[in-house]
Design a protein around this ligand. Structure first.
Ligand code: FES
Length: 260
């Protein structure tokens, strides 16, 4: 993990409150694994905590990385007001990243994303596809209005959509799509990022599949394993005192490794 002042190459709004920003800098050379994140300092003196945002795309030849984030508060609002040429203090890459080595060419992966958990699944899917792995995407949004990146996923492979209000794709959450899919399809691995409820459902649907990888969305402070703001409990812990740090040991865990 390193720190650098990176330069914004471009920024665009994809949907209400959803922005895509591309950055360039030497730090990109360190970025290899899908599912890792960068920790960005808000360029405002009164906002001390950095904001963790997952990598949506890594382009080594252009030396750029792309993030997609949702404006949630003052920090992300500041990011959304920036434009090409502006600079940001970035630490990273942080986190363990998704395990793509557990699959071989010809095998099938279910790639599941919900809401603002969708962006890191794009780089993951790209890397899986480059390895000859068949990808099936299951993407869930609140509504058509806040849906984004649909075509990019469609270009990579079979993509199925759900919206909470039924305005696009199947009505309901991605769980409905997955329950339908497993009637006829068996994945060799499942990768997911989204709200806790969605991750919990996936862990329950695939209890015997060892390759179920969940990227946890946890509040973070230091982002480096020092403050314990991001702990998650582990199974079979009778004392209730054992935990893992999502920023440092995660954010990706096998479903069997954490209690959601
Ligand atoms: Fe500080 Fe994870 S955010 S230990």
């Amino acid at each position: 993990m390193k720190q650098e002042i990176m330069t914004i190459v471009s920024q665009q709004q994809l949907a209400p409150r959803i922005f895509q920003m591309t950055l360039t800098g030497e730090l990109v050379k360190e970025m290899k694994k899908p599912g890792q994140f960068i920790h960005i300092k808000v360029p405002r003196a009164d906002l001390l905590l950095r904001r963790p945002i997952s990598l949506n795309q890594i382009d080594q030849s252009a030396q750029t990385c792309t993030i997609i984030y949702r404006v949630e508060g003052d920090g992300t609002k500041e990011f959304s007001l920036m434009s090409a040429g502006d600079r940001l203090d970035v630490m990273g890459p942080l986190g363990n990243g998704f395990d793509v080595d557990c699959l071989k060419a010809g095998q099938k992966a279910f790639v599941v994303g919900g809401g603002i958990g969708i962006p890191p699944m794009y780089e993951l899917s790209k890397q899986l596809q480059q390895r000859g792995i068949e990808v099936v995407h299951f993407l869930g949004y609140a509504s058509k209005e806040v849906a984004y990146f649909q075509n990019e996923f469609i270009e990579l492979g079979d993509t199925r959509f759900a919206t909470d209000d039924g305005s696009f794709g199947v009505a309901g959450n991605v769980g409905n799509l997955i329950l339908e899919a497993i009637k006829t399809e068996t994945p060799d691995a499942v990768y997911a990022c989204g709200a806790n409820g969605m991750l919990k459902m996936i862990a329950q649907v695939f209890p015997d599949q060892p390759n179920v990888f969940l990227s946890l969305e946890q509040r973070m402070a230091c982002g480096m394993g020092a403050c314990y703001a991001c702990v998650c409990h582990v199974p079979d812990d009778e004392t209730g005192t054992k935990s893992v740090k999502v920023c440092d040991e995660g954010p990706i865990f096998r479903a069997s490794e954490v209690v959601l």
